[in-house]
Design a protein around this ligand. Structure first.
Ligand code: NAP
Ligand code: MG
Length: 483
């Protein structure tokens, strides 16, 4: 049981055994709410990654994992879902302390991790191949096979959810896993892996190696024993990961964030839209790849909407995770500096700023939610992913202008459209350059059934839903001449 687990003892999970990094190095783990260290992680080197990949390869080639039926794999994932539910509160507590997110958000994240296990547990034996009509006297099938060993590099913003989205889907597809979580938030991925061992996943099917991106992450991405990589993080690192994958002639999915627009027309239900637009930027302190960080508002209602947004933002409070306020701290001092630099360098006076709770410890990484507008579309505040609680409002004149502005960044992950006009809803949905469109609603997080991914600088490939099972498998075409 996790309640008995000493998180300070966390080590790498390789071949079913917990081991420190080979050279004994460690990384301190800090709580973003007070900036204090509270446990240690293994700071792994290329040798640890190599040990994990070798173990995963051996398990895939000779172990029991590949011999399990899809139904048996699914049952293990369903059992994992139950085990996560049994340990839900403790996992949420640890997730909140490790990432600084408000405890209710951490509960939602553990729920999502559970749902991923339920969904892919149920889906594992429902991934079918195809029978393809061909010449007379032939039978052709295209069957789906796992790649072998998949490498997973995940970020710090939603570690438990990312474990579900990336690792669980690949396990369901039949692959063996090597996971490198982010050094700023590795605890729940380690604990979820421990639960997987507890419910009977074969040793070697799921390996977790912690450490820095530059050392452990780069070693995993470049390892010739990896057959496919799933990466979520920054566009800059995504370039390195894709280049490393290319050297090994393998594929990858890249989920690289966004600058997603919330597009509000004059005929929208403004009272419903305004709180949803705010939730879309403050969730997880704005450290969400699908955050709605640009509000595009039709000129005729711009002042009214800006006033309502300002009034609500001014009432928001950021504070430590356990107080469960509107927002928690940012993940690190580095992330806080990054967000503050965007704001100070803009030279623009905000329209509204929320509050930092008086109870917030001095060492925490607190940034108050901030509203800007109207902003010119070519400014960094309107173009770049800030990854903090900063909402930039822009004006548009008509539908055509809205589409032009919405598509005028290098990113393309999700979009929200707020309008009562049914024709416009669909015209907008078809014109937006992104992977998901929300109409009169917003929020990618909970929809684990819904294919998700980006275009352009937001990356490529799709995770979530059945699509993920297709991404984590490869087709083999079998042509039989039966005469
Ligand atoms: P990042 O460097 O891309 O980190 C993402 C993951 O990649 C982490 O596990 C990281 O490990 C690892 N990594 C770092 N360098 C690597 C390398 N050379 N080779 C292989 N793996 C490597 O992102 P970040 O620096 O934490 O955040 C920077 C910005 O990226 C944020 O401000 C935000 O704009 C964006 N971001 C987006 C998402 C998203 O969900 N799309 C998530 C996180 C960040 P370590 O963290 O252990 O070094
Ligand atoms: Mg931490």
């Amino acid at each position: 049981m996790i309640a008995d687990l000493h998180i300070s003892d966390q080590q790498n999970l390789i071949g079913g055994n917990w081991k420190p990094a080979r050279d004994g190095h460690t990384i301190p783990v800090f709580c973003p709410s007070d900036g204090k260290p509270f446990c240690l992680l293994a700071a792994s080197s290329a040798a640890d990654i190599d040990a994990a990949v070798t173990t995963a390869r051996l398990e895939f080639a000779e172990g029991s994992w590949s011999k399990l039926t899809a139904t048996a794999r699914g049952r293990l994932l369903t059992n994992l879902a139950n085990e996560i539910s049994r340990n839900h509160d403790r996992l949420a507590e640890i997730e909140a302390k490790d990432t600084g997110k408000p405890i209710s958000q951490a509960h939602a994240d553990i729920d999502a991790a559970t749902r991923y296990c339920e969904f892919y547990g149920g889906a594992a034996d429902k991934l079918h191949g195809e029978v393809i009509p061909y010449l007379d006297g032939y039978q052709v099938q295209a069957i789906r096979e796992p790649f072998g060993v998949t490498g997973h590099i995940i970020p710090w913003n939603y570690p438990a959810q990312m474990f579900g989205r990336s690792v669980v889907a690949s396990l369901a597809a039949g692959n063996c896993i090597v996971l490198k979580p982010a050094e700023d938030a590795s605890l729940t991925p380690l604990l979820l892996a421990q639960l997987a061992m507890d419910v009977g996943f074969p040793d070697g099917a799921l390996n977790v190696v912690t450490g820095t991106g530059e050392t452990a992450g780069a070693a995993l991405a470049a390892h010739p024993g990896i057959d496919f990589i799933s990466f979520t993080g920054s566009p800059e690192t995504g370039v390195h990961v894709q280049a490393a994958a290319a050297q090994n002639h393998i594929g990858c999915t890249l989920e690289l964030g966004g600058k997603s627009p919330q597009i509000l027309f004059e005929d929208a239900d403004i009272e419903a839209a305004v709180p949803a637009i705010i939730r879309g930027i403050i969730q997880n302190g704005g450290q969400t790849c699908s955050a709605g960080s640009r509000a595009l508002i039709q000129t005729s209602v711009f002042d009214t909407v800006l006033e309502k947004l300002a009034a609500q933002i001014a009432c928001l409070t950021v504070g430590p995770h356990h107080e469960d306020l509107d927002l928690g701290p940012l993940i690190s001092q580095r992330q806080k500096r990054r967000v503050e630099t965007y704001m100070t360098q803009s030279g623009i006076t905000p329209v509204a700023i929320g509050c930092i709770s008086e109870t917030a410890p001095a060492g925490g990484h607190y940034v108050a939610p901030t509203l800007y507008g109207p902003i010119e579309p070519d400014l960094p505040l309107a173009q770049e992913e800030i990854f903090g609680p900063v909402l930039s409002c822009l004006r548009f004149t008509d539908e055509e202008d809205a589409i032009r502005l919405a598509n005028a960044t290098n990113y393309g992950l999700v979009a929200g459209v707020w309008t009562a006009d049914g024709g416009r809803q669909m015209r907008m949905a078809k014109s937006l350059r992104c992977g998901q469109v929300f109409i009169n609603c917003f929020g990618a997080g909970v929809g684990i059934e819904l294919p998700f991914g980006g275009r352009g600088k937001s990356g490529h490939g799709r995770e979530k839903g059945f699509e993920s099972l297709r991404e984590f498998t490869q087709l083999k075409t079998i042509v039989q001449h039966h005469g």
